[in-house]
Ligand binder design. Sequence first.
Ligand SMILES: [Ca+2]
Ligand SMILES: [Ca+2]
Ligand SMILES: [Zn+2]
Length: 269
Amino acid sequence: MATNSVFNSFMKTVFRVFSGLLIFLSLNFGKGLLAQTFTGSVGLVPDLQTVVPTHVQLVHQQGQDILRFSNGIANTGDGDWALRPNNQGQTSTTIQEIRDINGKVVLEHPATTFAYHPAHRHWHVGDIARFEIRSGSPIGPIVGNNSVKVTFCLIDWYKLNDNAPTSEKKFWDCDSPNSYQGISPGWVDQYRHSVIGQQIDMTSVPDGIYYLLSTSDPENKFVEKDNTNNTAWVNFRLYQQGNGNRKIEILGHSPCANSGLCGEKVPNR
Ligand SMILES: [Ca+2]
Ligand SMILES: [Ca+2]
Ligand SMILES: [Zn+2]
């Protein structure tokens, strides 16, 4: 007993010291060494999931066949996907903040870049998504060199389903180099098919059966609950009808958990 209580009080002291200190961890996330700050309280972690791409269409511009589509990223996790710009001269970093239930920041994770996007004329967070065209199956070969990494401005755009915990938009500003960006739990950010960059060049791709894949956080730069549910896809046939322009026929899409993630709640705006 005596040994146990000595041990217990020792462990309590260790725990108090542990939770009272800022502990700096260095975690190797594949490529770079990233510093993290951890304070010991429980953080609410987001989960990123891609909404099944909608408005998938083949348009013809200056002799090219361009696939256009709308892309949605949902936060189905417990906490905000909260991204703070850290501007220091030439290099701007996006810091992901994990917060506890009281809104206190418990972890700061240097995630990606934060940069001005001249074509969109607002600020973008780096490494948000990857668009691919694969042949024959969702794990088939990439065709036409079509693997495109994209950056986004992330805001609360619409609610995924009717049960979002927050009715107000928390993230809404793309125009300031100093504003937080992100997605609240139960909300979706959407980039519509008409936006520059929501496109893949299919001109050199022969007729056939293809998959358009959209993956959120493809390089796993952000902290989230589940890294294995980040891809959604649409299956289509590319074909030539008579002497006219080529067309696509949508054949199906990836399995999805609810009407929001299936792309059935995408607002037409
Ligand atoms: Ca996820
Ligand atoms: Ca991740
Ligand atoms: Zn943009």
